[in-house]
Every structure is written in C-alpha cells, then in structure tokens.
Design a protein around this ligand. Structure first.
Ligand code: NAP
Length: 353
C-alpha cells in the first residue's frame, strides 16, 4: 500500500521538526515536503543536524498551496495567526490539515480575540475544526479534515480532569491548575530576553497570570465534560529545564461524597477510563508523576492524591510539551484521521535519564 504523503510547514521549529522526525520513522507515512522561510533552499538536516543521514529533503518557502500539491496531509506548526489565514488553501485541494497553533482551538471568537489579542479571521473553518485530544475527542478526529491539536499545557489537565468531572467525582467549581513548563515551550525562533540562558537559568517565574491563552482552552474542554460552562484559575510557570510540563490540579470533592477515599475513587475511574489507551498511564497509588519519566514520549502520566481536610483532590500530570504536548500528539491525531493504528510511529519509550 502506498504510504501517505506528509508536508510539514514550520518544519525547522521545535513542533514542526518533531512531527517531521516522527513521520520519518512512520511505517505508513512519508515525509515529502518541508517548509521554512529562514532555511529556504537549504537542507532540513542543515537546520536540524540531528537528522543527518535520515533525510535529504530541502526546505522550501512556506506556501500552503504547494504543500497541498505535494502531500495528502499538511501539518502547520507556525506561530498563532498563520493557520487561520492559510488552512483553507490546503483544504480546498482536498487535503487534510493538522494545526499545532491555537488558531482553531477556541470555539468562541470573542474569547479567542480576548486571549490571543487578534481576531479569528476564519470562522467558517473554525466551525468545522475538531479539537484534537485523541482519548477525549478521537471519534470526531477520525472524520475530520481540519484538526486543532491540543495545546501543551492543556493536554495533561484535560486528560486527568475530564473523566473525573464527567463521572461527578469532582465539581467544576474553583478548579486551580498550577503548571510548570520547560523553556522549549516558547519555541525555537523566539529569542526574547526571558528565554536567554543567563536570564532563565537558576530561576523560577510565573507568567501571564490570570490571562494565559490556554485558560479558555482548558475551560472549554472541561466544560464539555459537564455540559455547562466553568471558570478556573490557571497559573503557568517557567522552569530552567529544556522540555516537560508538570501540572498540579486542585479540584473539590462534591459535598455529598466523603472526602476520605476521594483519591482512590478518582484513580479507579481513570484506570477504567484509560485501561485501553496506550498513552495514558495512571501511576500506582502514591507515585508522583515526573516530567523525566515522560521525556521524548507520547505518554501522559497521571496520579491523584487527596487533602481530606480541605475536601480537595490533587491531580498531578506530566507530559513532554514537545511530544505529547505537540508533535507526537499531532501524529496520533493523524493516525486517527487516516484510520491507522493510534500508536503507529509514536510508540517510543521515554528517553532516560
Ligand atoms: N513549543 C511547544 O512546546 C509547543 C507546544 C504545543 C504547541 N505549540 C505551537 O506550535 C506552533 C509552533 O511552535 P514551535 O514551538 O515549534 O515554534 P518555533 O520553534 O519557534 O517554530 C516556529 C516555526 O514557524 C515558522 N515561522 C515563524 N514565523 C512565521 C511566519 N510569520 N509565517 C510563517 N512561518 C513562520 C518558523 O520557520 P521560518 O521562520 O523558518 O519560516 C518555524 O519553523 C506555535 O503555534 C505554538 O504555539 C508549541
């Protein structure tokens, strides 16, 4: 059977080269086209030397129509704002699009504009876009032409809290999420001062408090679990590590339930919910997830603890922001869209230490 042809726009950025790397090792897909403005006319393995010996492809200008001419599936891994202006040109050629940016994740355009600081200029595409979190929206992803790959921070908290909210084991009131990300979350092309090694190393900072653009994305997904809107507090932090996101989530135990034993009930629900999922690991009771145990993989590790005094469960999740939070999740979505095995090409064990 002919392999599916894949184009990656933004192929020299962290998200894009991650997708390119997975596709190079994918048994049913072939990397045929890589786009980059900065490296146009130069080999991909010049921009990304760790790919030497694995590809001869040369980067071309970031032209969506040319990407669609060359490939069956086009990944867009550019800054916010690119996909909404360009995905239509790919879709009208009958090709599929998987977008790693936030352009098509937020269904309410007013909310999008408030958090992203720009209008959503492709509302007709937004309507058909499917939010791509495979274990939660996989059935819809399977029939989609346009998938909005879930964001890096939202992935762990949504995978953990969505089933607990749906089962009524936690309430939607007063959820708090503290999350810590490695610096690669800011991308490869951005050279802003806060990400400069002397400024970022040996320090911990919180940022965009009360206004981070992933807040409405998490609210939208968790609201769908309960069938009603919810508001939560999401506080992102930057740590001087290269990759990985640890999220500590606090949620209330419903009044009618005993707070003692809440963690066991939640763990049992998650184990049942994700028993057949290859990439969600509910850890043994008491074991705390760590970013290191998920690095370079598509795993999301989850565990649940309780603070009966305050009637809260504390849910901890770990993912690799560039793997499960971006590139390998995007390929997992592609696998679902094309009817491939969910784990094809992305089943690598984490890199350790
Ligand atoms: N880093 C993460 O952890 C992460 C996780 C999930 C999602 N994302 C999302 O994925 C997307 C890519 O992020 P990244 O971290 O891979 O960023 P990155 O490493 O900075 O790469 C960005 C890519 O976009 C291209 N680009 C930059 N400006 C452009 C423009 N104006 N028009 C077209 N292409 C442009 C760059 O290539 P040229 O300049 O060579 O054209 C580069 O290949 C973003 O939307 C980001 O929010 C990132």
């Amino acid at each position: 059977m002919a392999r599916v042809k894949v184009a990656v726009m933004g192929a020299t950025g962290y998200g894009g080269v991650g997708v390119a790397t997975y596709i190079l090792g994918h048994p049913q897909a072939e990397l045929v086209w890589v786009g980059s403005g900065t490296y146009e006319g130069r080999r991909l393995d010049e921009a990304c030397p760790w790919l030497r010996g694995r590809t001869d492809l040369v980067c071309v200008a970031q032209n969506p129509s040319q990407a669609a001419e060359a490939a069956d599936v086009v990944f867009m891994a550019q800054p916010n704002g690119f996909a909404m202006d360009n995905a239509g040109k790919v879709l009208e050629s009958g090709r599929k699009v998987i977008d790693l940016s936030g352009d098509f994740r937020i269904k309410d355009t007013a909310v999008y504009e408030r958090y992203y600081g720009r209008p959503q200029t492709a509302p007709e595409l937004l309507e058909e876009a499917v939010y791509g979190l495979p274990e939660i929206t996989g059935d819809a992803v399977a029939g989609a032409r346009l998938v909005a790959n879930t964001g890096c921070y939202p992935t762990g908290p949504i995978l953990a809290l969505h089933p607990l909210l749906a089962a009524g084991l936690v309430t939607g009131e007063d959820i708090i999420i503290d999350a810590i990300s490695g610096v690669s979350g800011a991308g490869r092309a951005k050279h802003a001062l806060p990400f400069h090694f002397p400024e970022m190393n040996e320090t911990l900072t919180a940022y965009r408090l009360g206004r981070h653009q992933h807040t409405p994305e998490i609210e939208q997904a968790l609201g769908s679990a309960r069938g009603e809107a919810l508001a939560l507090t999401f506080s992102p932090h930057l740590a001087p590590i290269t990759r990985g996101i640890l999220a500590t989530c606090y949620a209330r135990v419903p009044q009618e339930m005993d707070a003692e034993g809440a963690a066991d009930r939640c763990r049992a629900e998650l184990i049942q919910r994700y028993g057949a999922s290859p990439f969600v690991r509910v850890l043994p009771a008491g074991e705390v997830p760590s970013t290191k145990a998920t690095l370079g993989s598509n795993y999301c590790d989850i565990n649940v603890f309780e603070d009966a005094r305050t009637r809260r469960v504390i849910v901890v999740t770990a993912v690799d922001n560039l793997g499960r939070g971006a590139a390998s999740q995007a390929v997992q979505n592609m696998n679902l869209m094309l009817g491939f095995g969910e784990a094809l090409g992305i089943d690598q064990a984490p890199v350790f230490p």
